[in-house]
Design a protein around this ligand. Sequence first.
Ligand code: 8YV
Length: 331
Amino acid sequence: PTSKPRVIVTRKLPDAAETRMMELFDTKLNIDDTKMNREQLAQAMAEADVLVPTVTDAIDADLISKAGERLKLIANFGNGTDNIDIKAAMDRGITVTNTPKVLTEDTADMIMAMMLAVPRRLVEGARVMMSDEGWEGWAPSWMLGNRIYGKRLGIIGMGRIGSAVARRARAFGLAIHYHNPKPVHPELEEELEATYWDSLDQMLARMDIISINCPYTPATFHLLHERRIKLLQRGAYVVNAARGEIIQEAALIDALETGAIAGAALDVFEHEPAVSPRFRALAEKGKVLMLPHMGSATVEGRNEMGDKVIINIRTFFDGHRPPDRVLPRRD
Ligand code: 8YV
């Protein structure tokens, strides 16, 4: 018997985090990094004092209702907590934490790369250089993309990541517009020279680029649905490194196939890791850039996420409120 909390980690984490967790807690790791199925998750939740899941583990109300008496903390290795039913956890007296802030800048960097890549045809160009045929040489009207500078960027969700994107985008000469449940602090709005749109519909109709930066909640499921996608301009680009479920994917694909919008850069998908073959066909044509949910994937960021998980667990078992406690949303 040990007085250390029993911590079960669902996926392989950075080495440093795992080593530290082994020292501090009675830790069960997942060295193979094989995704746990429902029964394995239920088993883990029956034995653990603390579960450390990731975005690939759906910790729903049903699993939570079957959790063991001793499960007291779900310390998510990730910022988004849409994988966890926080209300159900709270009702059972289980605290939920996440790993905010440490992945903000990395994710914003990736969003900028995505935002530039499709209009400026980065992948198409790189593909030419890697092909057997090779490069035939410069030509005045070859590989022409679309200008970014001076365009209007509409950010859906001006939180930490949205603001970090806005700061970068300003340096690229983009005009910042945003839609949020409510306007951000006037000082931040002034710093970003950002224009607030109360009406998402009205903003969508006027933007050149849309970046999705809101959390996925019941209120944002298919926020960008068919009718709203139809409001977008013909030359518009959509960037999504938030959650796939926020876009009605079938409607986005229709708009891309018919040329109703110009392109999309997507790091997340509605049914990931499955991806529609129609998306792949669009990617072949350079209309879509698809990335495998790697927006926050840096060595530094993952280590810092590990540190956060550990601090949250330690603070909790020291009898204090963990720094990154997550409460259920009111919407
Ligand atoms: C993480 C993410 O890789 O943190 C998030 O919300 O989507 C990703 O950046 C993932 O959550 C790890 O659980």
